[in-house]
Write a protein that binds this ligand. Structure first.
Ligand code: SF4
Length: 234
């Protein structure tokens, strides 16, 4: 029997292209004075560039986000279906206003899931998808900063950082209690970002000078701009 030809022909429907078109989004310029909890744990210079030089998210990263969103939707559905809770709110918006003598700004976020148990405990859940949950022994400090802001803005007994493995849905959860010292540090990071943006000053290359974080630079969309700045002495 002759071997069948299963190869893809150039005029066949390309499903990968259909998916990339579906996920396509325009780069939306961000406004100085409007900040986001999910970004404040990242390199301050990278956050700064994202305001000054908005870039579209790469198709490969958009697909990863889409997978993560699907996983979050699944977790939210499971929570809603459970009879352990009085209520489950998904994507609960929060807004934090900050003002001092020199500046003011707003922080906008969305709590993945806000649940109230039958016994009245209020819990904030922030879900993160990961490639290998067995390697997650501690919550990522970026994620602790994010949930700390939510805990400062929304009445809750505690938070849960939930890591879900994209391969097999294995889960690992960490409890996060509100800590005022950590929250003040997070607000100071926003103030730092705000100061650099309003004064058009490039922040230091935070991750590049940190031995534990420099590996993330190679995935940074502003790698070339940052390296050029470093070469110029900034
Ligand atoms: S390349 Fe590294 S140091 Fe530079 S902006 Fe990106 S993450 Fe920050």
């Amino acid at each position: 029997m002759p071997e069948k030809d299963f190869s893809f022909k150039s005029d066949d429907i390309n499903i990968e292209k259909v998916i990339d078109d579906y996920l396509e989004e325009e780069a939306r310029p961000k406004k100085i004075g409007s900040y986001y909890p999910s970004e404040i744990g990242m390199c301050i210079r990278r956050s700064y560039y994202s305001y000054i030089i908005p870039k579209e998210t790469a198709p490969s990263a958009r697909r990863i986000f889409a997978l993560g969103n699907n996983l979050h939707n699944f977790i939210a559905q499971a929570l809603k279906d459970s009879d352990q809770f009085q209520s489950v709110e998904e994507e609960k918006p929060i807004k934090i206003e900050y003002a001092d003598g020199s500046t003011s700004f707003s922080i906008y976020g969305r709590i993945d899931d806000y649940i109230v148990t039958k016994s009245g405990k209020r819990i904030i859940i922030e879900a993160k998808s990961t490639g290998d949950v067995s390697k997650v022994n501690q919550p990522d400090p970026k994620h602790v900063m994010q949930i700390m802001l939510y805990l400062s803005a929304q009445a809750a007994d505690y938070g849960i950082l939930l890591y879900a493995d994209k391969k097999n849905l294995e889960l690992r959860q960490f409890r996060v209690d509100y800590d005022d010292t950590v929250n003040k540090k997070v607000i100071n990071r926003f103030k730092d970002l705000d100061f650099h943006l309003r004064n058009n000053k490039l922040p230091p290359p935070e991750y590049y000078v940190d031995d534990k974080k420099v590996w993330e630079c190679k995935y940074c969309p502003y790698f070339s701009e940052c390296m050029q700045a470093i070469a110029n002495g900034d």
